[in-house]
Design a protein around this ligand. Structure first.
Ligand code: TRP
Ligand code: SF4
Length: 330
């Protein structure tokens, strides 16, 4: 029996951090054997918001290197750059014409951006963003899409696009399922919101150990622990939430015990965290350094992936056009 196919999209927003890793990539890596996996670095989506054209190529490269190093091994999945497969935009156009405008105006992401920036300052691309995303998925006839909670509406929209198309032009697209990742929510260093690059509140996945320590050392802990002798509550401490990502059960129990009895100091607790984190990220950092030494390998694997994608995508676009009455003999 052939494997089911999944696809997900990766925003090329620069260096990735622990939030990206534990929130998404770590889960994807677990799916690599069970499914036929496609991962797209969605540069066509990245240009829907204002951006610096001079910086974009670097961001795309970073996204490719980071994700390959973090486990999206080109030998085990199809990792490609969206704009290398122009068929995505071709299918997007076809689907655009089969989607009512009202549906797009109702999307939360669009409504938020419109309110924030105003009609004149957002692009038509932003309005059509969900259709491009639907095209990304439907073009490979993906069975399922692993994403975070925040993408649920886009996935529901994708299924509606498929349904509407099928009703108008004949049963063709299967409705893809959503696999909501049990990805972990990683808090930022300030312990207030989600880890995010824009808030400069993050630990980069491939940062050197010393740089990570410079961030952890001053990071906030449970406020009750003013002095070394004050007991604390690990569940009120952001550092403990990081321990939960990388520390084994036995040691976790020791830390809880040490924290509530003031048996362990925060600095020692952070040192243990830094050491455990290093065990997870060191191999990723090393793989990343290896990949940087082989730019032609990275380039070739992205090109080979795009070629494989184009063959599948071309077929879908041709069949879609044909169902829509286009591309036939004149
Ligand atoms: N919109 C997604 C995000 O912001 C990225 C994305 C683009 C995507 N195309 C996709 C996700 C296709 C899943 C499937 O994260
Ligand atoms: Fe947080 Fe550890 Fe300090 Fe407890 S001992 S408050 S878990 S850093």
């Amino acid at each position: 029996m052939s494997k089911k196919r999944i696809l997900s999209g990766i925003q090329p927003s620069g260096t990735i951090h622990l939030g990206n890793y534990f929130g998404a990539i770590e889960n994807w890596v677990k799916l690599l054997d069970e499914y036929e996996c496609f991962f797209s670095i969605v540069d066509y989506h990245a240009i829907t918001a204002p951006y610096d054209a001079a910086l974009l190529p670097g961001r795309i490269r970073e996204a490719a290197l980071d994700n390959m190093a973090a486990g999206l091994d080109p030998e085990r999945c199809t990792l490609f750059v969206q704009s290398h497969v122009p068929e995505h935009t071709e299918l997007c156009w076809l689907l655009n014409c089969a989607t009512p405008l009202g549906e797009l105006f109702r999307m939360t992401q669009f409504k938020d951006k419109r309110q924030q920036h105003g009609w004149e300052n957002i692009s038509a691309g932003l309005l059509n963003y969900p259709i491009l995303q639907a095209a990304d998925i439907l073009i490979y006839r993906a069975d399922a899409v692993p994403v975070g909670e925040d993408q649920a509406q886009h996935l529901e929209f994708t299924r509606e696009v498929a349904r509407r198309f099928n009703t108008k032009f004949g049963q063709y697209f299967a409705e893809p399922k959503t696999i909501i990742g049990r990805g972990k929510r990683v808090m930022g260093l300030d312990g207030v919101g989600k880890m995010s690059k824009s808030m400069n509140n993050f630990i980069g996945l491939t940062e050197p150990a010393e740089a990570v320590w410079e961030k952890l050392r001053p990071a906030k802990t449970d406020e009750a622990r003013q002095r070394r002798s004050d007991p604390g509550d690990p569940f009120k401490c952001n550092i403990y939430s990081y321990h939960e990502l990388v520390t084994g059960d036995e040691q976790l129990a020791e830390i809880r015990q040490g924290c509530t009895t003031a048996g362990i100091g925060c600095i020692d607790c952070k040192k243990i965290l830094a050491a455990n984190l290093e065990k997870v990220v060191a191999p990723i950092r090393e793989r990343r350094a290896e990949l940087e030494k082989k730019p032609e390998y990275v380039r070739d694997s992205l090109m080979a992936a795009a070629e494989k994608c184009r063959a599948i995508a071309r077929k879908t676009v041709d069949e879609t056009k044909s169902l829509m009455g286009l591309g036939g003999q004149i």
